[in-house]
Design a protein around this ligand. Structure first.
Ligand SMILES: [Zn+2]
Length: 445
């Protein structure tokens, strides 16, 4: 690769005159070979303070692409605290990058404020592509908190902006836009729309561009549309594509659903059990609490409705309920008062309140289902007492009243309980008050 062809080779990072040209190169040629090293030089050598921060944002972007989210977050946070409110081009990039990192870390409050600021800055720039990308990111955050109507509105705005571009400049983004519509349609349970948009996304991206995420997404669409044979063929091909990855749980659950239709409920049961074993043991670097919650809950429904295996269903619901408790711990982070979050609009606060409400009713349904299954196993076996030594290390959750037991034996609503850091080890059962109410008996000592 001839270095004289590099789009930055004529630029001197230490030059005060070339600040604007360097800034343009950072935005337009960030994927050029050697650009990362060039950014490092800008960061140390440039006399322009804003430009140094913008180079830092670019380095954050490279870290993000290497899946080094911790480093991406550190760089973007540092840069953003210097760039916030300046309206510099780097501020937009920092907002978008950090919003994505926050979304991965399920810091929804911050992700929403940052994505919203990204749209604001993009709109001020007047550049249609920037506005489209900003709205695509915002739609992703809104989907994550389950606000389908607002996510649809953001996508319509993105589409309106993309329509102003030449088709060749538009295709990649249009494929992303259609893929986002597929995710929303699946959330909404609209298989027909999911199918339509997945065809649209494929047309824009071309077959060669199906990444792993899109493959899993497309398989989910086929299952939702009742095309299990095609979905299963696709899953078999995917199985060769990689072992552990963020989509393993979704792939495994789709496989069990296909087997239940195409083969026997026993085949589905074996497949579901193997996924359940993995879900119980998988670390936080392998699967986030949101996916763990969704997939374990769906697996629980399959195990009880199709496989008719209440014991396995109970295990699946326990995995889901533990993930729900982790989610509550994450929701508590909303309360953190970070300085740049003071700009959160009333609408954003309302969106997150609604999300919290939806999540709480989902958790209540989940724990209800778990309580019914525990009941079948006999309430006495699930009663927490001092004799259950194996439970000492675990956080006790009552599936009936949904409270969490604190260290001194007092039961709290989960929002009020102090949940420890790190992976949660949870056991579900019935508390003494609920035992008395349910059975009319005194719990045995
Ligand atoms: Zn209780």
């Amino acid at each position: 690769m001839a270095s004289r062809d590099a789009p930055y080779s004529h630029l001197d990072p230490a030059s005060a005159e070339q600040v604007d040209a360097i800034r343009t190169a950072l935005v337009e040629h960030w994927s050029a070979p050697g650009m990362e090293a060039f950014c490092r030089r800008v960061m140390t050598d440039s006399p322009d303070e804003i430009l140094r921060e913008e180079a830092k944002v670019a380095l954050g972007r490279y870290a993000y692409q290497r899946y080094d989210y911790r480093e991406a977050e550190r760089l973007c946070r540092e840069a953003l605290s210097a760039l916030w409110g300046t309206g510099a081009r780097g501020e937009l990039a920092a907002c978008i990058n950090l919003a994505m990192v926050c979304l991965l870390g399920r810091q929804y409050f911050e992700a929403l404020v940052l994505a919203r600021r990204g749209v604001e800055l993009a709109t001020a720039s007047g550049i249609p592509l920037a506005i489209a990308k900003g709205n695509l990111h915002l739609a992703g955050v809104l989907r994550a908190v389950g606000d389908i109507p607002r996510a649809q509105a953001a996508l319509s705005e993105a589409e309106r902006m993309l329509d102003q571009l030449e088709p060749t400049d538009r295709d990649n983004h249009a494929a992303n836009l259609a893929a986002e519509r597929v995710r929303l349609a699946l959330l909404d349970g609209d298989a027909e729309a999911a199918l339509k948009y997945s065809e649209e996304s494929k047309q824009h991206a071309g077959d060669d561009n199906w990444g792993l995420l899109d493959d899993v997404l497309r398989t989910a669409v086929l299952v939702a549309a009742g095309r299990h044979a095609e979905a299963y063929e696709r899953l078999k091909r995917l199985a060769h594509a990689g072992g552990n990855n963020p989509f393993r749980a979704t792939r495994g659950r789709l496989e069990a659903e296909c087997l239940a239709v195409l083969q026997t409920s026993d085949a589905a049961l074996w497949s579901a059990r193997s996924l359940l074993d993995w879900l119980e043991g998988a670390g936080h670097d392998e699967i986030g609490s949101g996916t763990r919650l969704d997939e374990a809950e769906r697996l629980g429904h399959l195990l009880i409705d199709v496989c008719q295996s209440p014991g396995d269903a109970r295990r699946a619901y326990e995995v889901a309920a533990t993930a729900a408790l982790e989610r509550i711990r994450e929701l508590q982070a909303f309360a953190l008062d970070l300085p740049h979050l003071s700009r959160a609009s009333d609408e954003d606060r309302q969106i997150l309140e609604e999300y919290r409400g939806r999540f709480e009713s989902e958790r209540a349904l989940l724990l209800n289902a778990l309580a019914r299954l525990l009941e079948q196993e006999g309430p006495a076996t699930r009663l927490f007492g001092p004799s259950r030594e194996d439970q000492d290390a675990a956080i006790k959750v009552c599936a009936w009243c949904q409270k969490v037991q604190g260290p001194d034996g007092i039961w709290f609503m989960p929002e009020q309980a102090l949940l420890p850091e790190g992976p949660l080890y949870v056991t579900h059962g019935i508390c003494e008050a609920c035992f008395r109410r349910e059975t009319g008996d005194e719990p045995a000592a």
